[in-house]
Design a protein around this ligand. Structure first.
Ligand code: NAP
Ligand code: ZN
Ligand code: ZN
Length: 351
């Protein structure tokens, strides 16, 4: 079946209304009426062909929430009407060591929610800027937040899990000093989550104007990263820093803030490389420069449940589908508090 969507026909073209094909639900599939879809900076990188290999037409979107419309005959975990989420992956090989450990996000056969090979037309996956989608139940999440929070839950499916996973992996919690670099979609979730885990949270921003807002999100301290003096005050003091910045920049400025054995984890994925860090800033204090990509399905469910329990959602600005190109420009300027979310009811141009 064909449903309304928003996507682009080329990297230098704006997004516009289009149709996408959705398969009939198979025995293990869940058919979902999408209610809201968050707008991740990765959507912009991909649809503007900043990353290699974008297939066009490209329909982005991997912060998806909605309700179950229909289930296949063998689906056991979901029923019609359930509130559900879909994040950045919709399939994987299901039998490698990564899949068996619940780390499908690191499976070599991972199928991303958009721009990955699929038997479905047109041959690559099409994402959540669309009215409906059909996903194998293994990759569908339960949303336990109340109905009225659904729009603000959407960004948890990428921005939430991408910061939750490294915070858990490197054991953020009481007694740990955790930095979050870049207060955008990912960064604002990182601050909320690290705060809820009980860590001492320091937000790094390039913009002084975000100082009070970062505190309201849960930061214990705020550092303007362009101010050398403010940066120097935190030398050799962090256990963990999560860097969400979407553009190349000087990593040494953050490496030197780690204490012995501290970890700087990159989650931001700029289109061109960072300047190489100075090796001495790693060997001198046995510091680690690491990376992390989204999270597995089990951990994504754990994150959603953690957020429901701690009443955590994203701070969002709800937009119409036809405002998406303007939203991208505003995201590039850092002019969003802190995530745009598309109201899927506006995807139909006749609506
Ligand atoms: P975003 O909302 O645009 O936030 C990025 C933040 O980085 C900005 O708000 C800004 O914060 C800071 N920044 C500083 N200098 C910048 C510059 N020159 N250009 C852009 N940003 C700058 O983006 P997002 O959705 O959080 O995504 C951030 C990055 O993570 C993207 O590269 C995205 O592709 C990537 N990502 C990775 C994963 C993963 O699995 N690893 C998952 C999702 C997204 P301040 O104003 O506070 O300085
Ligand atoms: Zn994303
Ligand atoms: Zn696998």
């Amino acid at each position: 079946m064909s449903v309304h969507a928003y996507g682009a026909y080329a990297g230098d073209k704006p997004l516009e209304p289009m149709q996408v094909h959705r398969r009939e639900p198979g025995a293990h599939d869940v058919a979902i009426d999408i209610a809201f879809c968050g707008v991740c900076h990765s959507d912009l990188h991909q649809v503007r062909a900043e990353w290699e290999g974008t297939q066009f037409p490209c329909v982005p979107g991997h912060e998806i929430v909605g309700r179950v419309r229909a289930v296949g005959a063998h689906v056991t975990g979901f029923k019609v009407g359930d509130r559900v989420g879909v994040g950045c992956l919709v399939d994987s090989c299901r039998h490698c060591a990564d899949c068996e450990e619940g780390l499908e996000n690191y499976c070599d056969g991972m199928v991303g929610t958009y721009n990955f090979p699929t038997p479905d037309a047109p041959g690559w996956t099409q994402g959540g800027y669309s009215e409906q989608m059909v996903v194998h139940e293994r990759y569908v999440l339960h949303v336990r937040h109340p109905d009225q929070q659904l729009a603000a839950v959407a960004p948890l499916l990428c921005a939430g899990i991408t910061t939750y996973s490294p915070l858990r992996h490197w054991q953020a919690g009481p007694g740990k000093k955790v930095g979050v670099v870049g207060i955008g979609g990912l960064g604002h979730m990182g601050i909320k989550l690290a705060h809820a885990m009980g860590a001492h949270v320091v937000a790094f921003t390039t913009s002084e104007a975000k100082r009070e807002a970062a505190k309201a999100l849960g930061a214990d301290e705020v550092v303007v990263s362009r101010d050398a003096e403010q940066m120097a005050a935190h030398t050799k003091s962090f256990d963990l820093i999560i860097n969400t910045v979407a553009a190349p920049h000087d990593l040494d400025a953050f490496l030197v803030l780690l204490k012995r054995d501290g970890v700087l984890t990159l989650v931001g994925a700029p289109a061109s490389p960072h300047p190489s860090p100075n090796v001495f800033n790693m060997i001198m204090k046995r510091r680690t420069l690491a990376g992390s990509m989204i999270g597995g399905i089990t951990e994504t469910q754990e994150m959603l449940d953690f957020c429901a329990e701690h009443q955590i959602t994203a701070d969002i600005e709800l937009i119409r589908a036809d405002e998406i190109n303007e939203a991208y420009e505003r995201m590039l300027k850092g002019d969003v508090k802190y995530r745009f979310v598309i109201d899927s009811a506006t995807l139909n141009p006749q609506a």
